[in-house]
Design a protein around this ligand. Structure first.
Ligand code: ATP
Length: 315
């Protein structure tokens, strides 16, 4: 029992509308959209009816306001989101390459998001949490590492659980300590990597070997994200479930992984069996990519059920 909590960057995202153009020349941008992987994740938890809280920091500006208003409207406890008078809300600029890859320009370290601290309010939220979701960006902000260390202990002391989404953005974790990354992997009851991240986490180049190695290291459950192809779930008892993706036209891939992870976790915390939770998670990830803006595709069960009923799946 107790809310699901996440900690980390709350940002606005501003994105290029055309694929293929770099930031070296003028291009058309749209935004700001509420963003930041932990914010997207926790908003989706709340939209599915889960009790949810976020630890973060925004500036006292319009970029902070659009995030706080969205999170509050969707039912997220923002009592542990500090508001800085000194630093502006962080931002991320994203452009899409023709091959589907993405490039980001982040303003986090010198923004409010870089000022995140283990405050009294953060401790209070962590002390009553039932689940902690950790993200790869933890590696890049010192204050965030303190929060994750404290909250992991607090959640475990109450018999709660943790999940880790490596969410590797090379722009954010370049130079990060490999030992710290391994520790976050080893600490996770549920690991939510995408393909490459699974191999990086295990330090091998074969999927089956990677799963075996991580389970042997104590990871309880691995849910692997495969983009348009769907997802797979591997458990410590050796079982495996594959779930095909939904056929959609991708408009904006950013945020799919967070929506997916939040949906899987929330369904499981609500007592749903793994195969069904994976199915809902696939639907949430697929629907998210049909909307422009990372947090614009988060949604509740009513919309997800309609999406599932009206959308074909890959075979
Ligand atoms: P991000 O880093 O952008 O948040 P990710 O790399 O962590 O994403 P993805 O594998 O891209 O995660 O997406 C998560 C899930 O969302 C997939 O496992 C799949 O279920 C769904 N999904 C993502 N992209 C598509 C797509 N183009 N078509 C259908 N489903 C998709």
């Amino acid at each position: 029992v107790g809310p699901t909590i996440a900690a980390g960057e709350i940002l606005v995202e501003i994105m290029a509308t055309d694929r293929g153009l770099g930031f070296l020349e003028p291009l058309t941008l749209v935004g700001p959209y509420p963003s930041g992987a932990p914010a997207i994740f926790i908003d989706q938890v709340a939209r599915l009816g889960g009790s949810a809280g976020l630890i973060g920091c925004v500036g006292r500006d319009d970029f902070g306001t659009i995030n706080l208003e969205r999170l509050q409207r969707d039912g997220v406890d923002v009592s542990a989101v500090a508001v800085s008078d000194r630093y502006p809300t962080g931002s991320a600029f994203v452009r899409y390459r023709p091959d589907g890859g993405r490039d980001f320009v982040y303003n986090i370290a010198e923004s409010a998001a870089g000022q995140i601290r283990l405050t009294h309010e953060a401790r209070q939220l962590a002390d009553r949490a039932g689940h902690l979701h950790v993200m790869g960006s933890t590696l890049s902000v010192a204050g965030l590492r303190d929060i994750v260390a404290y909250a992991t202990k607090a959640v475990r002391a109450r018999g709660g659980s943790t999940s880790f989404d490596p969410n590797v953005r090379k722009e954010l974790i370049d130079g990060a300590d490999g030992t710290q990354f391994s520790a976050l992997v080893d600490d996770a009851d549920l690991l939510l990597p995408s393909g490459e991240e699974l191999l990086t986490a295990a330090g091998v180049d074969d999927e089956c070997q990677a799963v075996k190695a991580l389970i042997a290291r104590g990871v309880g459950e691995i849910v692997l994200k495969r983009g348009a192809a769907g997802s797979s779930r591997f458990a410590a008892d050796g079982s495996r479930i594959d779930c095909a993706g939904f056929l959609v036209e991708e408009v904006d891939p950013t945020g799919a992984g967070d929506c997916f992870g939040a949906t899987y976790l929330t369904c499981r915390r609500q007592g749903m069996e793994p195969g069904k939770a994976l199915f809902y998670a696939n639907a949430a990830g697929a629907r998210n990519v049909t909307r422009r803006g990372p947090m614009e595709g988060v949604t509740g069960f009513d919309v997800l059920d309609g999406f599932i009923a009206g959308t074909q799946r890959a075979t």
